[in-house]
Design a protein around this ligand. Structure first.
Ligand code: 9PG
Length: 476
């Protein structure tokens, strides 16, 4: 293998003719995978309704490009990787070149030529030696989202904690639905005894207590947005930056460089820690890496990383931090785990989004397609491919789809599920137990495929079965 590191703001690496290009999506939910560089990208022109989840700075480009790192598979079968070793860069194929550009000024770039696994491993090695490496290697998590969604309550969580007794989960995690508002991180009326009591109930069964928060956004109708406007990121006209639309309305980005934001983050994370939670799923983090006018001007991904560091500081080194909806490269070294694909769902894909060419929406298809192309990041942090479904009566997915989700859990070692445990059949319980106690031998093949106990596993069948991996749209 051939390696070199160069300092530059822009760098072109020669590749020869590029047969396919590995496009690395900006954040957890952004489409990732191999594309033909000659295929035009069709931007998702769907402003106002929802966001195709990807980098807003490049949403309307018609040329393919990726975030932080790009790989060319050349006609001679060799691979050339161009990867930034600092957050805030983009890599695009351009004829017989890979072109890198950095928003963070002069940075270090890795140029590597070799087999696919060699160049990807070299990138993980160089990146983590600069940004750090974290993760526990194996996580077994029950999370409330994919069966209850926002319809959770103290009673429901207590029931699941009770029903989890036979299963070796490390963490029972309360997801979205406990808080009074997006930005208002206090328990609502469905949690009458408060969060500390519930964390205690979880911990008393020998598990870690987990909690979902979206600390870098504020719902437009939240108390936070109304009473602490100094936290909001603003555009050049002084309007709050809209980072997306969910929970029945728009939500704003916080300014990750504002002192007031740092105080708010420290207070929010410390409070969750004081309640007893030692696993925090921090979601919608990409919002703080949106373009905007910062209190202290700095490149947007470095600004985001600064806020992520504040959260790590407040959480302490022993707290498991899972980043979700997070710029992947900029989160490396700070978070123990990072979600590597969009949300799974009990259906294959949303036909309307697929027709628009948006591969960032929820659904098993997009989750498998993107997560399966990011497994090489395992050496940098715990990659979270999202949950598996055991309860077949609840989903409209066939055996092969369910098996691919389980294979992702086995390969990553991050086994999550959301099933209502009392509803599982005896067979499904056995299946869950075997996943949670799995000690299969996982090996990587030369072609992005894997073997699990000698069984060949690859996810290639998913790539051709839905929306192409392309860039998404953003509001103006
Ligand atoms: C809670 C969920 C779960 C889930 C996260 C995240 O509007 N959207 O485009 C959108 C995207 C992702 C999403 C929700 C909404 O899911 O990935 O695990 O925690 O938030 O709200």
């Amino acid at each position: 293998m051939d390696l070199r590191i160069e300092r530059a703001r822009e760098l072109a690496a020669e590749t020869g003719r590029i047969e396919s290009f590995y496009r690395h999506g900006w954040h957890s939910w952004s489409p990732t995978g191999w594309v033909n560089p000659r295929d035009p990208v069709v931007p998702i022109r769907d402003e106002g309704r929802r966001l195709g989840h990807d980098d807003p700075e490049h949403a309307f480009e018609t040329q393919v490009g990726g975030s932080g790192v790009g790989v060319a598979r050349c006609t001679d079968g060799m691979f050339v990787l161009l990867g930034a070793l600092t957050p805030g860069a983009r890599v695009e194929p351009d004829g017989e070149l890979l072109r890198g550009t950095s928003e963070a000024g002069q940075i270090e770039w890795l140029v590597a030529e070799g087999t696919m696994n060699e160049v990807l491993d070299a990138y993980v090695q160089e990146l983590t030696s600069r940004l750090g490496r974290r993760g526990r290697g194996r996580m077994r998590v029950w999370c409330s989202w994919y069966s209850y969604y926002a319809d959770i309550s103290e009673e429901a969580i207590r029931r699941e904690v009770h029903d989890a007794a036979p299963f070796p989960f490390d963490v029972i995690q309360i997801d979205d639905g406990w808080q009074t508002g997006i930005g208002d991180w206090e328990p609502n009326a469905k949690f009458p005894n408060g969060m500390a009591a519930l964390a205690d109930a979880i911990m008393s069964t020998g598990r870690e207590a987990g909690l979902w928060l979206a600390p870098l956004i504020a719902g437009a109708d939240s108390r936070l947005a109304r009473t602490r406007p100094e936290l909001l990121l603003r555009d050049a006209e002084g309007r709050p930056v809209v980072a997306g639309i969910n929970w029945g309305g728009p939500y704003y980005s916080l300014d990750p460089t504002a002192d007031a934001t740092a105080e708010f983050l420290t207070e929010t994370i410390s409070t969750a820690r004081a309640w007893g939670f030692s696993y925090l799923k921090l979601d919608f983090l990409y919002a703080a890496a949106f373009p905007g006018v910062h209190a202290t001007a700095m490149p947007r991904e470095l600004a985001y990383r600064q806020a992520a560091e504040v959260m790590r500081q407040a959480a302490g080194n022993d707290c498991y931090l899972l980043a979700c909806g997070a710029p992947v490269i900029a989160s490396t070294g700070i978070f123990d785990g990072i979600r590597i694909g969009p949300d799974v769902a009990g259906f294959w894909e949303d036909a309307e989004l697929a027709a628009m060419g948006d591969a960032s929406g929820r659904g098993a298809r997009n989750a498998i397609a993107t997560s399966s192309q990011r497994l090489w990041l395992k050496g940098a942090f715990d990659p979270d491919p999202d949950v598996v479904y055991l309860d077949r009566s609840e989903v409209d997915l066939d055996g092969r789809m369910l098996e691919s989700l389980q294979d992702l859990a086995r390969i990553t070692g991050f086994v999550g599920t959301s099933d209502r445990l009392a509803d599982l059949s005896q067979d499904e319980k056995t299946n869950l137990l075997s996943l949670l106690t799995d000690d299969a031998v996982i090996k990587r093949r030369p072609d992005m495929g894997w073997t699990i106990d000698g069984r060949d596993v690859d996810f290639g069948w998913v790539a051709g079965s839905g929306a192409p991996a392309i860039s998404g749209a953003t509001p103006s």
